[in-house]
Every structure is written in structure tokens, then in C-alpha cells.
Design a binder for this molecule. Structure first.
Ligand code: NAP
Ligand code: MG
Length: 492
């Protein structure tokens, strides 16, 4: 089926409007080394594996740097360094541990523009997002957990929380530095030491974080960073001296890790994929709801685990919602992620772009109607996908069932609250959901019945370090953030 483009729509800007935004590129210079080693026992070292891979800027396809590909021996060296450091770190006065975390948080703030630019260059996300979302939340997680370090007895009244030991932490590419903070900060606050494995396509900000850890004189071995691909992550999770595995990524790899730690005494937390629903009732503030849907699915190119990729609209307002969605979609600017006006940056990798394209093809093939705005030219190089949405979607369609991890929204309808709940819950996932209504009682009733770790009401994608985040069903188990998140890093 031919995609519906919005050129003929009444809200389109007139063809002869004759103006456009001037380029507004972020120009903060970021020093990037030609090659990086592994951060083990407080210093950068060459990989024993002697293997390397390149990291590129997905908006230009330029090579940014050469990254070490840690083998099993490198992982072992990192785990041994963490094991040696763990006792002294745990015995350090808790208020001293807190000071290190405060220092890390402050240094992240001081270097935040540089880190935001690097995040955008390595991963493709718009600078306004890395600058205004990723970096503030990264610093906030260190500040927040610094506050807990000497108050753990209050977090778990009547119990004596003890550290678990060495934590192996594996993170994805969509919020690289923020995910590193979500993993490291609670672990360190509780007296554990860490070996962190960033995603293959986005290692650079983790390596800059290693510089910061050196600047604040964090004792050697307390945090170790091993770069590499899936095999590096597997070696880390399987290492016998790792006492806890914390993973954020796909449900597929999460299942592999669950199998790998089964039968051991290792602790495991999994933050996995999602197919999160937004539910718009007819009595909602429609403009506000549409804005929430836009931010839930189209920012960060849809590379968000809790992206609101399924939209359920009460039948009586579906035309209005679809109209406004289309109007808003055509105002989104796709392009140079370093431009401060850009809403949608580059897709993280050629592989991810292919995955998204395959799903869009499947949606059209199964008979859903694709709506996209093709008015803006895309850059010649790099990996791009325009924001789009589908109407005429059936629950059985693959685009309504599987996680796409791209800027692709499926719009469906419902008639009664019961139908909305059962359709929203009809998924193996359960990470997040959004409810849009002006009726307070409906909010509470629906939120209670949705199988989702987070339910946002009349908002979406709002985060706070004090608020636990995590999934139901195949979206994983364990929480990150808040007192619940601390619980994953202590034993009693
Ligand atoms: P992924 O393929 O599962 O990768 C995640 C991490 O695991 C990467 O560091 C990856 O290394 C590593 N890895 C791959 N195979 C492994 C193995 N066999 N053993 C150990 N580690 C392994 O996921 P992704 O494609 O990077 O990220 C997207 C997924 O993450 C989506 O499904 C999304 O929903 C989910 N996600 C969830 C949350 C949440 O909080 N619930 C947050 C963000 C993302 P390489 O990069 O080198 O392959
Ligand atoms: Mg890259």
C-alpha cells in the first residue's frame, strides 16, 4: 500500500513560505582520542586481546575513534581489580563514599556540555535531548545516591544492609551515559564495586566518565570499564567472581543472561524491551495528549525502551487526534543531531535502521496505512528515518506486537475503558503506559489495572532518580532508582 504523505493536508505550511530555520550547530569542541584502552584498576590499558573496533558518528558515518574489544582475559583482569577494591571500598566510612559520588556528580555537571556533544556524536541523538535530558539525569543519579550512601540503615529500617560484591553491569546504546549512572551510582553507594560494559556503538561517554573517575581520585578498581561487543558482556556475566549481574537491553539477550546465571548464587536484575501503550480518552485535553504522544514516540528517534509505540484512542475523538498528530509530525525537524533545532537525529546504526525499515514494510504489507511527512530532505550520508505513524492497525499486526525501537507509532481505537485496558495489556511486555483523561477517578482505576512498571497520567517520559523504574512480564524484573533500586544492590 502506498504511504499517505501529508503534502496535501490543510495544516501544511504554504509551499512558497520561503523561510527555514538557520543552522544552529552546537560548537563546543570535544577532544576525542584516536584510540582508547580499557579502564582497569584506575588506569587505561591496552587490551590483552589486541582486538579493536571502530566507533562511528551515525549522522556522518565518520570514524570517531578506535575502541578496545575486551576479551575474556581483559574481563577477568577487570573483575579481579574490582574484587580487590571491594573490601576497602565497603569499609570506607559511608560519608566518605558519599563524597566521591558527590564529586563525580559535580564533575559531570561541570563537563556536561562536552559530554552531551560527545553523546550526540557517538549515538546520533539530538543535542537538545542529550543536553537537557541525559546529562541532567546522569548527574542527578549520582547526587541522589550520594545522599543514600550514609543513610542505608534508614532505607531498610530494622535490617542491616550489606554490599553484594562485584557487580557486572551491561548497558545499551540509547541512553549510554545515563544508563551508566543508573547502574554505577546505586552500586557504589551500597559499597559494591563495578565492571561496566557499554554498548558497542556508544562507548565514548563511558570512557570520558573514566577520565572523570580519575579526576576525582576514585580508588583504583572501584569502577572498571570494559568495552566490546556481546561476547564481552557474556564473559562478564559468566565470570564466577561477579556476584550480581545488572542488565539493560533487549528481552532476547535478557533471556540469555537469565539462563547463564541460573543455578548460581548470582543476583540478577533485567531492564528489557517494551511495547508501551498511550490511552487517550475523549475527555482528555487533546492538544496536551498529542504532545505527550509525540514526545513518547518520536524523540530520540523512538530509541526509548518505554517509547509509547502503541496509541489507543477513544473512537469518538480519533479523527481529531490523528489530524493533530499529523500536523505535529510535519513540524518535527529531522537532521543534524548537533543542530539545536533538531527534533529527530540519526538512527544509531545501519543495522537498527534496517530493522526499522523491515517493520515499516511489514506494516504496509499487512495492510495498515502509513502516514509520514516527506517534506524535509534528509542528509545524504548517515542513517535516517522519518517519523511516521500507522492507522488501520490490527492487534495481530507485527507492528502492534513487536518492539520496533524506531520512530514508528501504531494508532488503534477503543470504545470502553475495559476494552482500552485489555488491549493495552495484550502484550508480552509491561514497561510503561500513559493515560490521558480529565477524570481523576478514571486515572486511578485504569492505572491500577494496567500491567506496567510505570503509568504516567497526563504526562509521559518524566523521570526522577527518586522514582523507581522497571518492568512487568517480559520487560524484566528489579527496579532502578529510588529506595526500590537500592534494594538490588544490598543483601541482608
Ligand atoms: P541488546 O542487543 O540486548 O544489547 C544490550 C547490551 O548487551 C549491549 O551492551 C550489548 O553489547 C550486550 N550484549 C549483547 N549480547 C550479549 C550477550 N549474549 N551477553 C551479554 N551481553 C550482551 O540491546 P540493544 O539493541 O543494544 O538495546 C536496545 C534494547 O534495550 C531494546 O530492546 C530496549 O527496549 C532495551 N532497553 C531497555 C531499557 C529499560 O530500562 N528497560 C532501557 C534501554 C533499552 P553490544 O552493544 O556490543 O551488542
Ligand atoms: Mg557510535
Amino acid at each position: 500500500m502506498k504511504p499517505i504523505t501529508t503534502e496535501s493536508h490543510e495544516h501544511d505550511p504554504p509551499a512558497d513560505a520561503g523561510w527555514d530555520y538557520s543552522p544552529a550547530p552546537e560548537r563546543t569542541p570535544v577532544p576525542i582520542d584516536e584510540s582508547y584502552g580499557l579502564f582497569i584498576d584506575g588506569s587505561m590499558r591496552a587490551p590483552l586481546s589486541r582486538k579493536r573496533f571502530e566507533t562511528i558518528n551515525p549522522a556522518t558515518e565518520d570514524v570517531l575513534s578506535s575502541i578496545a574489544d575486551a576479551g575474556a582475559k581483559d574481563v577477568d583482569a577487570a573483575v579481579q581489580a574490582a574484587k580487590k577494591a571491594q573490601g576497602p571500598w565497603a569499609r570506607l566510612k559511608a560519608s566518605e563514599r558519599a563524597k566521591y559520588l558527590y564529586r563525580i556528580a559535580r564533575r559531570i555537571q561541570e563537563r556536561s556540555r562536552e559530554l552531551a556533544v560527545l553523546e550526540t556524536m557517538d549515538g546520533g541523538k539530538p543535542i537538545k535531548e542529550s543536553r537537557d535530558v541525559d546529562l541532567p539525569l546522569t548527574a542527578q543519579h549520582f547526587f541522589y545516591h550520594a545522599g543514600w550512601a550514609d543513610k542505608l540503615a534508614y532505607a531498610f529500617p530494622g535490617r542491616t544492609p550489606k554490599p553484594i560484591g562485584v557487580c557486572g553491569q551491561i548497558i545499551p546504546w540509547n541512553f549510554p551515559l545515563m544508563m551508566a549512572a543508573w547502574k554505577l551510582a546505586p552500586a557504589l553507594a551500597c559499597g559494591n564495586t563495578c565492571v561496566l560494559k557499554p554498548a558497542e556503538t556508544t562507548s565514548l561517554t563511558a570512557l570520558k566518565l573514566a577520565e572523570i573517575l580519575q579526576e576525582v581520585d576514585l580508588p583504583p578498581g572501584v569502577v572498571n570499564i570494559v568495552t566490546g561487543a556481546g561476547a564481552t558482556g557474556a564473559a562478564l556475566a559468566e565470570h564466577p567472581d561477579v556476584r550480581k549481574v545488572a542488565f539493560t537491553g533487549s528481552t532476547e539477550v535478557g533471556k540469555v543472561l537469565a539462563r547463564s546465571v541460573a543455578g548460581t548464587s548470582k543476583k540478577l536484575t533485567l531492564e528489557l524491551g517494551g511495547k508501551s501503550p498511550n490511552i487517550i480518552f475523549a475527555d482528555a485535553a487533546i492538544d496536551q495528549a498529542v504532545e505527550g504522544v509525540v514526545s513518547s514516540i518520536w524523540f530520540n528517534q523512538g530509541h526509548v525502551c518505554c517509547a509509547g509505540s502503541r496509541l489507543f484512542v477513544e473512537e469518538s475523538v480519533v479523527d481529531e487526534v490523528v489530524d493533530k498528530l499529523r500536523h505535529r509530525m510535519q513540524s518535527l525537524r529531522v537532521g543534524d543531531p548537533l543542530d539545536k533545532n533538531t527534533d529527530i537525529g540519526a538512527i544509531n546504526s545501519a543495522e537498527q535502521l534496517k530493522t526499522i525499515e523491515r517493520y515499516v514494510d511489514a506494516g504496509e504489507h499487512e495492510g495498515a496505512i502509513m502516514h509520514e511527512f516527506s517534506g524535509q530532505a534528509l542528509p545524504d550520508k548517515g542513517y535516517w528515518h522519518r517519523p511516521c505513524f500507522f492507522t488501520g492497525v490490527q492487534p495481530s499486526h507485527v507492528i502492534a506486537r513487536e518492539e520496533i525501537f524506531g520512530p514508528v507509532l501504531s494508532v488503534m481505537t477503543f470504545r470502553t475503558p475495559e476494552e482500552a485496558i485489555s488491549r493495552a495489556n495484550n502484550t508480552p511486555y509491561g514497561l510503561a503506559a500513559g493515560v490521558w483523561t480529565n477524570t481523576g477517578s478514571k486515572v486511578f482505576e485504569i492505572a491500577r489495572k494496567l500491567d506496567a512498571g510505570v503509568v504516567w497520567c497526563n504526562t509521559y517520559n518524566t523521570f526522577d532518580a527518586a522514582s523507581p523504574f522497571g518492568g512487568f512480564k517480559e520487560s524484566g524484573f528489579g527496579r532502578e532508582g529510588g529506595r526500590h533500586g537500592l534494594q538490588s544492590y544490598v543483601k541482608f
